[in-house]
Design a protein around this ligand. Structure first.
Ligand code: C2E
Ligand code: MG
Ligand code: MG
Ligand code: MG
Length: 277
């Protein structure tokens, strides 16, 4: 899957196909075979700290791609919801965590300096009754250090089942894994609400970052968000940084980390390794 255009990668899929129930069913059937046919792959997008003109890699977000034999390249925005609804997300999600940790362990063995891997976890994965065992198993099998793993979750689960969310998130933290709240600002939760959960990082949704140059009210929103997150002892990641002006604005307002096309697009393991060198 080539990472081009505004979508990030080239897709054959169209909105019209998305409204077609038959097409969705077809996609589901192909998705069931995607793992065994080795059609899923992981791309890595660097996340940087930027201070006094100096830029340092702090983590990489793991982003799944589906290179389908029948459908061409399908983006995660299209197939993750189907995987969620069918329960396929459990098998696919576990494969993603295992594959990323194997890759991370290999990079450590090759002597590259330490950085975190950030993996997106969907609500149904968190509800897996043995999720903690799965995580423990993968960490011990691969030897990847929990301290270098971060799980990104969206606020959906917090709203659905607040008590369970708090329980499972605390269990994850006890393994030594860090937690990020993803796409912050797009849902209903407020910052004050977040203090009830053990998040280490807050990722400002790219819609707010994109509007920084255009919508001045977003400038204040982002600034307030950074201040309050820091007040709650969280670091802030800005996602979707596409211009130098956005980076400058964010840096001037004490944002901690940056991710976006302006810095790097997501890339397969090999070019990512070249970057580490
Ligand atoms: P996300 O976790 O918010 O991931 C960030 C998305 O922004 C990625 O889209 C990334 O390619 C894109 N992006 C990064 N920088 C820029 C930029 O500067 N401009 C623009 N326009 N986009 C940028 P992607 O890879 O299509 O993933 C979409 C969503 O699918 C993710 O949003 C995440 O919610 C979900 N997803 C991706 N991989 C996985 C996975 O392995 N597991 C699960 N459960 N969900 C995943
Ligand atoms: Mg994410
Ligand atoms: Mg996000
Ligand atoms: Mg998203």
């Amino acid at each position: 899957c080539r990472e081009i255009g505004n979508q990030g990668y080239f897709e054959y899929y169209s909105e019209e196909m998305g409204r077609n129930a038959g097409y969705k069913l077809e996609m589901e059937q192909y998705l069931r075979k995607a793992l065994e046919n080795e059609e899923l792959l992981l791309n890595y997008q660097p996340v940087y700290a930027y201070q006094d003109g100096e830029i340092n890699l702090v983590s990489a977000e793991v982003l799944v791609r589906w290179n389908s034999k029948e459908l061409g390249c399908v983006g995660p925005d299209k197939f993750i919801p189907i995987a969620e609804n069918t329960g396929l997300i459990i098998e696919i999600g576990n494969w993603i965590i295992r594959t990323a940790c194997q890759q991370g362990a290999e990079w450590i063995a090759n002597g590259y300096r330490a950085f975190r891997l950030a993996i997106n976890i969907s609500p149904r994965q968190l509800r897996q009754y043995d999720f903690i065992n799965v995580l423990q198993g993968i960490l011990s099998d691969t030897g990847y250090p929990a301290e270098q793993l971060c799980l990104e979750i969206t606020e959906g689960i917090l709203i659905e089942d607040d008590q369970y969310a708090r329980y499972i998130l605390n269990q994850i933290k006890e393994l030594g894994i860090s937690l990020a709240i993803d796409d912050f600002g797009t849902g209903y939760s407020s910052l004050s609400y977040l203090k009830h959960y053990p998040f280490d990082l807050l990722k400002i949704d790219r819609a707010f970052v994109a509007d920084l140059d255009i919508d001045k009210s977003h400038n204040q929103l982002v600034t307030a968000c950074i201040l309050m997150a820091h007040g709650l002892n969280m670091k802030v990641v800005a996602e979707g940084v596409e211009t130098a002006d956005q980076l400058t604005f964010l840096a001037d307002h004490s944002c901690d980390y940056y991710q976006g096309y302006y810095l790097n697009r997501p890339m397969p393991a090999q070019p990512f390794e070249a970057l580490l060198k």
